[in-house]
Design a protein around this ligand. Structure first.
Ligand code: URA
Length: 241
């Protein structure tokens, strides 16, 4: 394994920024293999170096996994000449890690968006074969009814020929003035929730992704905020129960 700088290794855990590492090292709070680090620029093999901060062992992470509460008005792309992307919401240090969004949310859709630089697992999460459910909260025009739930459960072929796998539709509230529901999809075709509900004559007015597999959007995250996934959360993604 190639040697890496101490500040990079520690920053990979998401606990401290590189700037903070510099300070911690100066204060003598970082030990490498039991010896106080001399400089944040020291190089070592990240897999084998035993690094502690204030006595607590830090586990190096090869890949970065973030959970973001995507705000409306931002594109879930890595770059786009036409507007602001979710990567623009991250600090420079994270933008350098070649992160990409795991799947796409429409520009006006909010909610749970994972960002990573681990291609293999990201690909698995998006494959319909892996059965990773995505749950969306939707507000619609019109009154959702049982017939809509049955149509979703049966799988739909839309007017434009789009074939949709069976999906869940749980009505939370319904009235002539509008409805609220949870939609569960196993796939992620372009505008799929909007197109399925529009096909039932109940166009989406607001859409937010709440869950992806075992992960639920952290309610502490305001739109535009993100946090690192914990090691347990990444393990849940890797080995869905
Ligand atoms: N379905 C949609 O229609 N839009 C999204 O952003 C996600 C799922």
């Amino acid at each position: 394994m190639e040697k890496q700088r101490l500040d990079k290794i520690i920053a990979s855990t998401g606990r401290f920024s590189r700037r903070e590492v510099k300070l911690l090292v100066r204060q003598g709070r970082v030990l490498v293999d039991g010896v106080p680090a001399r400089s944040a620029e020291d190089r070592m093999a990240p897999e084998t170096a035993e690094i502690t901060v204030d006595g607590e062992r830090l586990a190096w992470r090869r890949y970065t996994w973030l959970m973001m509460n995507k705000p409306a008005g931002v594109l879930s792309a890595t770059e786009d000449g036409r507007g602001k992307t979710v990567l623009d919401l991250l600090p420079e240090e994270l933008r350098r890690r070649e992160l990409f969004p795991v799947g796409r949310l429409d520009k006006d859709t909010e909610g749970l968006l994972l960002l990573t630089n681990e291609g293999g697992l990201a690909h698995d999460l998006l494959s319909p074969k892996k059965h990773v459910d995505k749950v969306y909260y939707a507000r619609t025009a019109g009154e959702l009814e049982e017939a809509d739930c049955r149509a979703f459960a049966a799988g739909m072929v839309l007017g434009d020929g789009l074939e949709c796998l069976p999906a869940g539709l749980e009505i939370l509230s319904a009235g002539a003035g509008g409805s609220e529901a949870l939609v569960t999809l196993r796939e992620g075709k372009f505008h799929q929730v909007k197109r399925m509900l529009a096909a039932r004559g109940k166009p989406v007015l607001y859409l937010k992704r709440m869950k992806m597999g075992n992960l639920t959007l952290d309610p502490a995250l305001e739109p535009g905020e993100y946090r690192f996934l914990t090691e347990e959360e990444v393990a849940l993604l890797r080995n869905p129960r």
